[in-house]
Design a binder for this molecule. Structure first.
Ligand code: NDP
Ligand code: HSE
Length: 437
């Protein structure tokens, strides 16, 4: 325990988009932070790869030897390097030595969270990671603390700013995917390797963290069903628009009660069509929004900036104040809670609903053949819309929206329909969320 008034020594690992803003806030808010914590915060070192690039921070604080910085005098390690290595080894050593860790590293937590929590428990150290999910939005603390007395049943939302930025632009202006991704990277939203955003790895890591905290079960990134936005085309967006929907990349974590009364969890990330009237449809740019449903609390919605240097640094600083207060007062934050240990349900068994747009021959019996495929797989149709295709003789567009069915049954149905001779092209297939189907 640090006596009141004695500085809390902080080592910063990484000084890129987020780290630069952490340094700025530490500097600009030094007096307020001292008052809030009960002790001053002293930045004792900053580990980077290329010190010559960091002309805006005091040169004497910079080092390329992150391991030595972690092993040194710091009480708190703030990690904003990202990725698995070297962050994994650095944070495990820090926690084993009883140093508090604040990290924004969702990839590491989703893959090796168990190892980090075990190291924290061994020494009684704090491990805080509010910035790892949904940028500035206070979301993990409500899940870990405020809702700890309730039973969470579902978490659904937009948790990746980069892909939301891209999808919003595609929907609003029809702008291209590549140019919008470049813009998102320039604005500091994208990961160092933006395929982590586009292919859904970043959202899947966040979904794993959300599911772990919500369902008191250790869920790793590899447990999460994942599809990114790389395959979302202008024609998908147009198909959605035609029926008053838009496309969003959603993370969905559900507690599922089986017919035999046993519980499991379903965790998935994929693009989905949602009604334009749904609140998530108006979440644009790099903003994130997450619905949390709990038995007693009902439905809660969390909304705000989901990416970017300053918003993320706000969440990092919040955690830094929390762990520093614990050091000053001699307490400890929440530990890992994984006692429920629920199994993860395969995606094929998860109930979803599909939107399917087909280009078909315009001839008698087409609808019957398509409908027969759904019936064969036990999938019920919620709505059908057919229109002749302008300029194409004997061609029609057929849009089918299904009721909820096991995802595997829906996928098999689409495969079979694609093979029907009367089907010229499967123009768009996407899951539908946010409405009663
Ligand atoms: P950047 O790529 O901008 O910054 C990474 C920093 O880490 C750089 O300063 C880099 O040094 C340093 N670094 C890389 N490798 C090493 C190493 N081996 N030893 C020491 N330093 C190293 O990343 P961001 O700031 O965007 O992201 C940091 C973390 O925050 C990631 O985990 C990310 O997922 C997470 N995050 C990011 C958000 C965002 O909007 N950007 C939002 C929420 C979370 P150098 O500058 O010298 O190359
Ligand atoms: N690359 C991430 C995103 C940063 O776009 O959401 C925030 O975690």
């Amino acid at each position: 325990m640090t006596n009141s008034g004695e500085p809390i020594k902080v080592a910063l690992l990484g000084c890129g988009t987020v780290g630069t803003e952490v340094v700025r806030l530490l500097r600009e808010q030094a007096d307020d932070l001292t008052a809030r914590i009960g002790a001053p915060v002293e930045l004792v070192g900053i580990a980077v790869r290329r010190p010559h690039k960091h002309t805006d921070v005091p040169a004497e604080l910079l080092t390329t030897d992150a391991a030595a910085l972690v092993a040194g005098e710091a009480d708190v390690i703030v990690e904003v390097i990202g990725g698995i290595d070297p962050a994994r080894g650095l944070l495990t050593s820090a926690l084993r030595e009883g140093k508090a860790v604040v990290t924004a590293n969702k990839a590491l937590l989703a893959e090796h969270g168990g190892e980090l929590f075990a190291a924290a428990d061994a020494s009684g150290a704090d491990l805080y990671f509010e910035a790892a999910v949904a940028g500035a939005i206070p979301l993990l603390r409500p899940l870990r603390e405020s809702l700890a007395g309730d039973r969470i049943t579902r978490v659904m939302g937009i948790v990746n700013g980069t892909t939301n930025y891209i999808l919003s632009a595609m929907d609003a202006t029809g702008s291209g995917y590549g140019e919008t991704l470049e813009e998102a990277s320039r604005l500091g939203y994208a990961e160092a390797d933006p395929t982590a955003d586009v292919d859904g790895f970043d959202a899947a890591a966040k979904a794993a963290i959300l599911a772990s905290l919500s369902f008191h079960t250790r869920v790793t990134a590899s447990d999460v069903y994942r599809e990114g936005i790389a395959s979302v085309t202008a024609s998908d967006i147009a198909a959605a628009s035609l029926l008053g929907r838009t496309v969003k990349l959603l993370a969905i974590c559900e507690r599922v009660l089986g017919e035999d009364g046993t519980e499991s969890v379903s965790v998935r990330v994929h693009p989905a069509m949602i009604p334009r009237t749904h609140q998530l449809a108006s979440v644009n740019g790099a903003f994130n929004a997450v619905y949390v449903e709990a038995e007693a609390a009902g439905q809660l919605m969390f909304y705000g900036p989901g990416a970017g240097g300053a918003p993320t640094a706000s969440a990092v600083l919040g955690d830094l104040v929390a762990v520093a207060r614990n050091k000053v007062l001699g307490g400890r934050g929440p530990r890992e809670s994984a006692y429920a240990d629920l199994p993860v349900r395969p995606m094929g068994e998860t109930l979803t609903a599909y939107h399917i747009s087909l280009d078909v021959d315009d001839q008698p019996g087409v609808l019957t053949q398509v409908a027969a495929m759904f019936a064969e797989h036990g999938v019920s149709i919620a709505a059908v819309r057919q229109e002749g295709r302008e300029g194409e003789s004997k061609a029609a567009s057929l849009v089918v929206v299904t009721h909820m069915a096991p995802d595997e049954a829906l996928r098999s149905t689409v495969d079979k329909i694609a093979g029907l001779p009367i089907v010229r092209e499967v123009a768009a297939v996407m899951r539908v969320e946010g409405e009663q189907l």
